[in-house]
Design a protein around this ligand. Sequence first.
Ligand SMILES: *Cc1c(COP(=O)(O)O)cnc(C)c1O
Length: 369
Amino acid sequence: MGAAWLNINLNALKANYQYLDSCSAPTCTTGAAVKADAYGLGMVPVSHALYESGCRHFFVAQVDEAVTLRQSFAEKPCHIFVLEGPQAHDLADYQAYKLTPVINTAAQIEHLVGFNKANFSSLPSALHIDTAMNRLGLAPVDIQRLGEHLSPGGPLPLCLVMSHLACADNPLHSLNTEQLSMFSTLAAQIEHTPKSLANSAGILLAERYHFDLTRPGISLYGAMTDPATRDKQLTSVLSWQAEILQIRDIDKGQSVGYGAEFTAETAMKLATIGAGYADGYARALYQPEQNRIALVGIGGHAAPLVGRVSMDLIVVDVSKIPDSVLQKSEHADLIWSGYPLEQMALDRQTIAYEVMTGLGGRTKRYYDG
Ligand SMILES: *Cc1c(COP(=O)(O)O)cnc(C)c1O
């Protein structure tokens, strides 16, 4: 079993999908963002569980992810969108694996039109309009120039028009309504094509953001950017555990770990646990001068970190945990009800997305449900 592992609850994932689906109008379809290995949880098992819940629209960032996902689905029909869009040299892959390119640039339009003409093909694509995020997607002025290609039966059949919200996790931000009205105006020029705007936070904003297809990611995985905005109906999907490798007693005045940064003010009992920054357990989780000290769970009792996080190990204070509990416990909980993902993200001064995608490759993933 490796020193640290993730437990991924696919039933909770499915329940989150169903909940998000129930939040939107019956005419709106719920898709899923499964890029970056489904935020570290494992793209293939996560996508197949979502498929069982009725999900048929999957969004990945890169073409290699899309090919892997298509191969895993074999003959099961579904749409796989590649957000970064096509390059001239990988269009044959899009066709062979029935992937849907997301067009972000004028150059990508030329590649696609050229490819479709040369191959007598009509590879459908999605059009990404940038509405004030200034990151990826066609500028509004480019949409006007598209007209010639977009006529029905033309060389650029579209199956989706989309944009992405910059501030949806801040419901009061004025950019939300600005982007909504910009998207509504621009998308209306492209008739008879489904529209998509909302990520997780966009779904929770209001129904007028939903259009025909939503693209939740983080909320499917049971997290939102911070505990305050987390919708109470979402269930956490992930727990993270690691082996307790050693328990020792130290005396007052002895120090712990690299840099001898922690010195015991009294006799203590410590447990050494098999996870460290190489697994994605960040060094920033021990910052005593900032009052940021992560809590590990042992048999439901909280044990605070002592000393610096090492590459493969952390040390925690178990002085207050009853011996009977310690003797029975073989593992510690790193992400658990007493120290949820969102709290870990806050303590690291980041967001749940970064914690999840940073969970190390050597950490095994176990699925139930
Ligand atoms: C990642 C991503 C999403 C999903 O966002 P969440 O905040 O995780 O729900 C949706 N759309 C696009 C374009 C994305 O890049």
